[in-house]
Design a protein around this ligand. Structure first.
Ligand code: HSE
Length: 311
């Protein structure tokens, strides 16, 4: 019933989580930055992982994001069935643009394809969340959901999982990745366990208005709503050049931007590609002057999410 000769190539996109005010809630997938996986089914209950990159990630399934996600999926699959995976990570681990989510989301969509698509999108996100939890120490889905579903997503709750997709208006995304290490677990541990009521009101005003702005395609409203009074004021000290990058976005009249996920990458949304490219150029000048190695990208929202091709 299964085709053990079928080989697939999976393209799994990077994503930006939080999107300033929606901590653990908002996320969007992007084009041009993705991981590649080659996968096939094998007729034994085993997960065989081979790395095709130089990151030396562990290949034991229990210690690898791909493996842990697949183990969660295999709990729902009977019989002698397993997977062989070649992983080529093109999204640097720890970059803040959803590298672990790309692994977990990509491998789960690929596995579902090879098995004849028995699972719902919600189940796929849940399996992938197990992999994400291994990487970041917490079971959040704000990178996984856009990676799998594409576009801009809202994770209303994690337990039970409730994900809503929004049809966001066209936007260009400038991403700058200063090559420093920010561990998601550290960036989460520094956050308060309680927040003052006044700040909560400001935050939910911005979150609600941002959803309205996205749904109406109202760039001005999106821009006004991209403010975070809870997380970025605390995390910004982890990222050299944060304030300067925000200033550049402001001067270039970007829609808005901030830390991508838990950093160290940052992102800026623009209405026009020229603006996004000017911001990139100024970010290059900024990080060159700071003497930090960095990468920059200009891309767009990816509405498709993980893509599978038969080989
Ligand atoms: N929402 C998460 C965080 C994304 O900011 O900690 C990082 O994976």
């Amino acid at each position: 019933m299964y085709d053990f000769t079928k080989k697939i190539k999976v393209y799994s996109p990077a994503s930006v989580a939080n999107v300033v005010c929606g901590f653990d809630t908002f996320g969007f997938a992007v084009h041009d930055i993705y991981d590649e996986l080659v996968m096939r089914l094998i007729p034994k209950r085993e997960i065989i992982i081979t790395n095709k990159d130089n990151y030396n990630l562990p290949t034991e399934p229990e210690k690898n994001v791909l493996g842990v996600a697949l183990l969660a999926l295999l709990e729902e699959v009977k019989g002698d069935i397993g997977f062989e995976i070649e992983s080529n990570k093109l999204i640097k681990p720890g970059s803040g643009i959803g590298s672990s989510a790309a692994s977990a989301g990509g491998v789960i969509v690929g596995a579902n394809y090879l098995l004849g698509k028995p699972f719902t999108q919600k189940q796929l996100i849940e399996f992938a969340m197990a992999g994400e939890a291994l990487a970041s120490g917490s079971k959040h889905a704000d990178n996984i959901a856009p990676c799998i579903c594409g576009g801009f997503t809202i994770v209303r709750t994690h337990d039970p999982l409730d994900v809503i997709s929004i049809d966001a208006p066209p936007m260009f995304v400038t991403i700058v990745h200063p090559q420093i290490e920010v561990k998601t677990s550290d960036a989460r541990n520094m956050l308060p366990t309680e927040i003052p009521f006044k700040k909560a009101i400001q935050q939910w005003g911005n979150i609600a208005a941002m959803v309205a702005g996205l749904m109406k395609g109202d760039y001005e409203l999106i821009s006004r709503s991209m403010q975070d009074v809870l997380v970025e004021p605390i995390r910004q000290k982890l990222i050299p050049g944060y304030a300067e990058f925000q200033k550049i976005g402001h001067e270039e009249q970007a829609i808005g931007g901030g830390i991508s996920g838990s950093g160290p990458s940052m992102f800026m949304l623009s209405k026009e590609v020229e603006t996004a490219k000017r911001i990139e150029q100024r970010a290059i000048e900024l990080y060159s002057s700071l003497g930090l190695p960095f990468h920059t990208f200009v891309t767009t929202l990816n509405k498709e999410g993980v893509r599978v091709e038969e080989m």
